[in-house]
Structure formats: C-alpha cells, structure tokens
Design a protein around this ligand. Sequence first.
Ligand code: ZN
Length: 416
Amino acid sequence: MAVNASSFILRCMTHACEFPSDSHNLVCSNCGGPLEAVYDYEALRKAHHGVPADEKNRGVWRYSPLLPLNAGTGIVTLGEGATPLVDASRIAEALGLDKVYVKDDSRNPTLSFKDRKTTVAVSKAAEFGASGVANMTAGNAGSSVAAYAGKAGIPAYIFTIGGISDSKLAKLLSYGAMVFRTTAPTKELMTFVGDVAKKYGMVNMTAASRYNPYVKEGSKTSVFEIYEQMGGRLPDWMFIPIGGGGNLAGIFKGLRELKLLGLIETYPRIVGVQGKDCAPVVQAYEQGLPPDQIPVVENPRTIAHSILDSWAPDGDQALTAIRETGGLAMGVTDEELYQSMKTLSSQEGLYLEPASAAPLAALGRLMGDGTMGAEDSVVLFATGSGANQPDATLFAWGEPPIIELDLEGFVRYISK
Ligand SMILES: [Zn+2]
C-alpha cells in the first residue's frame, strides 16, 4: 500500500542541526543528539480543517500528512491504530469523576502499542533499502518489530533483556525473527544492539526515539485519535506508563503538533507512571533533577514487565513533557497494579497486562489527595494485552476451585 509523501525535515533536538527528509541519519551526524521530524505546520493548517488526515487510510496512516514518508514508497502495515477510546463509566462512577476513558492500544496487531511505532519505523527501513533491523526488547517491542519486518521481508535480529516471560518469548518467536537471549542490563544491551546494527549496516530499531526518530512519529498518532474520538478536544489529564519513556515522548510530540496546528490552546496534564522499585524518571522528578541527569536504577523490579527498564533512554523527553504540561510522575506498587488489573478486567471488560494497569493505580492514589477535581476528564493509556503476561493475571485472581459434579455438595460449597 502506498501513501502520499509528506513535507518534512529532520531537526536535532540538542543543537537544532537540520537534515533533509531523504537523510538516512537516525541520530544527528554532527553532535549525536536525537532527531525529530518537523513539518510545515503553517501549510498544513491552511490545507486541512482539523487534524491533517488522508481520508483514504485508516488507523496510524490516516495521519500520513504528519508522518515522515518520502515519495513513491509503500508502507508496511498490519492494520495498526484506530483503537477504541473506551468509556470506563463504572470506574469513573466509583472514583467520583466526570469522565474516565481508556485508550485501549492492546488491540493492535501484536497486542501492544508498539505497533504504532513499528509501522512507521519499518516503513522507513524499507524506504532506506535496509539489509536488516536490530532491536532490544523486554518482549512486546521485539514481537512488533519481528512481525512488521517479516511482513516487509527484512531480516530482524532481536535481543531480549533478562527475565523475559515464556508467554512473551512465544509471541516473539512466532514471527520468525532471529532471537537472542541475554542477561545484560538495559543500557549495556542498548549500546550493544547499536554496535551490531552499525557493524552489519542494519537499521537500529530499538523503541527509543533517541536512537530512531521515526518511532516517536508512530506513537503520536494515539493523541490525534483521542482528539478526534472526543469530538475535537482533549481530556484534562493523561496517565501514561513509562518504561524507556519513548511513548510519552511521542504523545507529547502529538500534543505539541496539535498546538502548532492551532487545534488546542493548552496541554492536558501528563502523569507518568512507573513501578515503585523501577522508577528512574519518578526519582528525577521527585528530586528536581534536570532531564540529562536521570539515574540508572540498581536491581530494578516490578510485576509490570513491559516497563521494567532500569534506564530510560527517552526519560529526558518524558520528564520534560511532564514538567511542561504541569503534570507529575508517580511510582506504584505491585499490589496496586494487581488490584487495578482486576478492576479494569472485571468492571470494564479490559484484559490488560500489569503495565497497562499502572495509570489506574496512579489515578486511584491521586483521588485521595485532592489533586483531581470531580469535573476533570481523564484518559488512561492501556499499552498492552493481558495475553502478553498471563501469569500475572493468574496470580492476581488465584486458582479457581475444582469441583465434583454433585449438586448437593455444590450447594453446600456455594452457601459456605
Ligand atoms: Zn546536532
């Protein structure tokens, strides 16, 4: 499938160095800083009413005027995006809030939000004529890259961090990539994957926008969808899980673009949520550290495996987004994650992995301290399906009883 080319340049976020749209740079070739795609917002504003869109396409590629593709290239798509904004009315009522929505990105082709990033990044790799793609993963990102690379016919080399669960490994293996398990910490492995990509001339497809500007372009489309799903407005608050920080960075780029297009005047307040014992961005936020001094966490642990990142490569951008929107960063406990998972599935029919329960866990805590007003509207970002980490669901709910087919015995059991 082809989409129309857009007009953009790449700009370095450190020194504003600029590169043309046909550059193959993934980071600034002058200073090593992260790159960002910049569009002609004034022209787009004149040409489109509302969010610039291509009505022929659905999902992520509906927003192709704001996606960084050059002329004549096809896209690699599995039908990602266009996920529902679920009206979580039972949760809203229980919390005493006007409106709570869940942006359910677990309903993407490989069961996580990563597909938004990957469809753009793999389409760019195909445009570059890449010989291969390399990725490091806790599970979901690697599965997504493997699936899209397989569809594109591009070899994928996927390196997993320690402790990947069998369920995530099975999903990852199913897409036929070359998978290598490691026990290395996040930061060291990310450097190694960069070195492998360089050695073999592959595109580095880690989910961090610090190493690949195109992943952020995919992430931002969830904001455009929410804006349209809410009838041309945004909520007062957005609660977003933070692992590496790339999704939050992408979401903030979407917000900045809506403002540049004159479609919003103020930002929703962003609450970034991490596991309490794996919370580098929360630590930096609480200690008032500058964005370039986010710590690396020793011995990280949280049941939310999808955000088990001891180092947050895009944490600087996430922290900046939290501060610029007047939001906050919070760490939540495993117990809060289990409880929130159970609430989301039993009251709203949303089968989600623990990382996706982090936003509700944080919201629940804030409701007690007067931060939120009853009139406030909230969007919780659900990033991955419960099928990615079913062990956590089994643990949360406990084993169901095994019964005999004896009616009287059953009645006695129920009435106990
Ligand atoms: Zn630069």
